[in-house]
Design a binder for this molecule. Structure first.
Ligand code: ADP
Length: 720
């Protein structure tokens, strides 16, 4: 046998499979190939080639090399690095990297164009069509629309032979961005930050920067300057802008398109498969030079990635919790290192991890301390719900209602923020006390009035709201406990019947286009009161929004996990930061039962420094991130005894390593999901420990039996 090709397949297999290289195929590392797997052929990527002399086991042969260009070496290296880091199979990140390749191609377009023949009969309508057709091929309906005539006129011209129909491959290339177009005139502190970033980009090589600026300070304008510098420096350079929320992509895409005169590639789960395929191919070919996307865009096969921007870098949505578990911010830094690229992390409320890296000099630290132009940060006040509670069965306190009335009377807008979807988070029977939960799952069903259903946000299970209690059979006994955004909407409408009220949550907004429509309506002043979950609380600029009411400021603190205080601070600082842009002063009211809590006091005083210092000190004392590292093991099984046995074996097998402590096993707070029991271990390690290697070694010592499943979560954000 001449050579053996190791082929990585996009499957959860521990390693690459060996295949024989057919005579004359001359494979290279990175080549995309079709390889036989069982009875099927599967797309894989050659990860290594070695001499087959002396190998006497028969191997199946690679079937074919695919037409697509090879995966760039750095993409392959990143995929392998990510798997090692996450203690998972390399096929898992590879599957994400190849997602675009497996999407169907766009169908050929049917277009109409002029033949040059004159129609037998000329009318003004026909002349208009022929003029419009001269501009280039268009679909029949588009052509009729462009000419302002009915479709029948186009049809008549086709019958007459003046127009003809042909099929055309959809455009695969992307327009080239023009980095020399003028951006916004920057203010002094923006200009200083932009100059520093441009300097970093110009130096080349891996460098990381934290762009730390209050909401509305113009971080986007600044990082677009860095993008311009990267694009101008090298005509092949590519730029990736990662966003935490699909709802934010449209606004950033519009700003990128305006800045560079070309549409960037868009990448997230709402992008239709053919469009995704087009972006994937164009990124690999190098013609798509700017991508705006969600976390999985990090796995695209960039040819020459020069700059990665992670916008709202503190956002927990960058953590992927299912399947391949990773944190896109951390992997962005790793990818930048592999690509010799610059990475810019932008936020008004940076994560403690990034702040620590900036403090210790590992990251450049660029600060924007004021809002752009006349805009001022809002005044923040706490509403002590113990003193001024809402009426019974209501959720908006008298001070907040009064502030809403004043704001609306001035013709300005209100945002009510509540990070809870649906109508009510809990439905219980007032006859027997039964709480409605999803089947075989420790999670309450959330009532959704729009759909009339009870929904499990964890498993997706849903059912119509029953007329009688399924437990005791009592009729009309089910009551809704607590508020969700739909209930607050109801209250806002009843308080202000004249106001135009809208809800923004992932249940009411299904896709990016819908999100954009609502955000544009809000920006245009067509909505008076927007009730929103975190999906709308970030990043957007609403010029006439002057009051933000936080319905339940304590909500995020209740979970009590490691990041509860940090997350609450970040989320509320973002939400309140929506108030008061352009020339309108803004204010924010936070309804809380714990006005003395450090988070509430820091928000009120707008003193991030004080909050961060106190929180850092606590973390340092406990050796928690960013001063130590964490990992979790989550083991699940339908059979409680087998799960216990496995966890006992795991506990015994934990390697004894200095600087590493293992806690558990403990029943997970969500002890039962879809009929599977769940147990957790938590591992704390000193910073210097290679925690991924430790976890890999530990896991290798115990083989799960039967239906036991094990997941490892490096740097967990969820402790459920
Ligand atoms: P951030 O990302 O820090 O929240 P943005 O970049 O979105 O801030 O800027 C906030 C608002 O101020 C946007 O509407 C933006 O267009 C405007 N803005 C910021 N800087 C400038 C500038 N130098 N010139 C004109 N408008 C600016």
């Amino acid at each position: 046998m001449s050579r053996i090709a190791s082929v990585l397949l996009p499957l959860p297999l521990p390693e690459a499979f060996d295949y024989a290289e057919p005579e004359g195929m001359a494979l290279n590392v990175g080549d995309q190939v079709a390889a036989p797997l069982g009875p099927n052929l599967m797309r894989g990527v050659v990860s290594a080639l070695r001499d087959g002399a002396g190998h006497n086991r028969p191997l199946k042969a690679v079937q074919a090399r695919l037409e697509e260009p090879p995966l760039p070496a750095s993409t392959l290296e990143f995929v392998q690095w990510a798997a090692k880091y996450a203690v998972d199979a390399p096929g898992q990140p590879l599957a994400i990297a190849l997602r675009g390749a497996r999407a169907p191609k766009a169908k050929p377009l049917r277009v109409v164009e002029a033949t040059g023949l004159r129609p037998a009969r000329a009318t003004p309508a026909r002349t208009k069509v022929l003029e419009a057709a001269a501009a280039g091929p268009l679909g029949g309906a588009e052509l009729a629309r462009a000419a302002g005539v009915s479709a029948g006129v186009v049809k008549g011209l086709i019958e007459d032979g003046a127009l003809t129909v042909r099929t055309m491959e959809p455009e695969a290339r992307f327009e080239a961005p023009d980095p020399d177009r003028k951006g916004a005139a920057l203010n002094a502190s923006q200009a200083a930050a932009a100059a520093a970033l441009k300097g970093i980009v110009a130096q080349g090589g891996f460098q990381a920067a934290l762009l730390d600026g209050v909401t509305g300070s113009g971080k986007t304008e600044v990082y677009l300057e860095a993008a311009a510098a990267a694009l101008a420096r090298d005509p092949q350079a590519q730029v990736l802008i990662l966003l935490p929320e699909i709802a934010l992509t449209q606004a950033i895409i519009a700003r990128v398109a305006a800045r560079f005169g070309a549409q960037p590639g868009e990448w997230h789960s709402d992008v239709a498969p053919p469009a995704r395929r087009r972006v994937w191919e164009a990124v690999l070919a190098g013609s798509c030079r700017i991508v705006v996307g969600a976390r999985s865009a990090l796995f695209l096969p960039f040819r020459k990635l020069a700059l990665i921007v992670v916008d709202e870098e503190h956002d927990a949505s960058f953590k992927q919790e299912e399947g391949f578990i990773y944190h896109a911010r951390d992997l962005a830094v790793a990818r930048a290192k592999i690509e010799d690229a610059t990475v810019v992390l932008a936020s008004a409320t940076p994560s403690l991890e990034s702040l620590r890296n900036a403090e210790t000099g590992r990251y450049h630290w660029l600060k924007l301390s004021a809002r752009h132009g006349a805009a001022r940060l809002p005044d923040i006040a706490l509403v002590d719900l113990r003193e001024t509670p809402p009426e019974s069965g209501r959720w908006l306190s008298p001070p907040l209602v009064a502030a809403m009335g004043e704001t609306l009377a001035r013709g300005e807008q209100v945002l009510l923020f509540l990070n809870r979807r649906g109508y009510a988070p809990l439905v219980l029977c007032k006859a027997c006390g039964e709480r409605m939960t999803a089947p075989d799952t420790d999670s309450w069903l959330v009532e959704h009035r729009y759909s009339g259903r009870l929904v499990c946000h964890l498993t997706g299970f849903s059912m119509p709201k029953p007329a009688a209690c399924p437990h005791c059979g009592a009729h009309d006994s089910l009551v809704s406990i607590g508020p969700g955004v739909e209930r607050v909407e109801e209250e806002a409408k009843s308080l202000f019947p004249e106001a135009r009220v809208a809800v923004f949550s992932s249940d009411t907004i299904f896709d990016a286009r819908e999100a954009r429509r609502l955000i544009e309506a809000m920006a245009a002043g067509e909505i008076d009161i927007l009730v929103a979950t975190q999906a709308a609380a970030k990043g957007h600029n609403f010029p006439k929004l002057t009051l933000v009411g936080v319905v339940d400021a304590d909500l995020g603190l209740r979970g009590g996990d490691l990041r509860a205080a940090e997350r609450t601070y970040q989320l509320l600082a973002q939400a309140t930061g929506r108030a008061g842009r352009k020339d309108h002063a803004g204010r924010a009211l936070l309804q809380t039962y714990a006005p003395d809590h450090a988070v509430m006091q820091a928000l009120k005083a707008q003193d991030r420094e004080a909050f961060v210092t106190a929180e850092m000190a606590e973390r340092e004392l406990a050796g928690l991130p960013p001063f130590g590292r964490l990992a979790a093991v989550i083991a699940t099984d339908v059979d409680a005894t087998r799960l216990d046995d496995f966890c006992r074996a795991m506990a015994e097998a934990a390697p004894n390593t200095p600087g590493v402590e293992v806690y558990g096993p403990a029943d997970a707070p969500l002890g039962l999901v879809r009929g599977r029991r769940r147990k957790r271990f938590l591992v704390r390690a000193d910073r210097g420990v290679d925690l991924s290697a430790y976890m890999a070694a530990w896991r290798a010592r115990v083989r799960p039996k039967g239906a036991t499943r094990v997941a490892i979560d490096i740097d967990p954000y969820s402790f459920l």
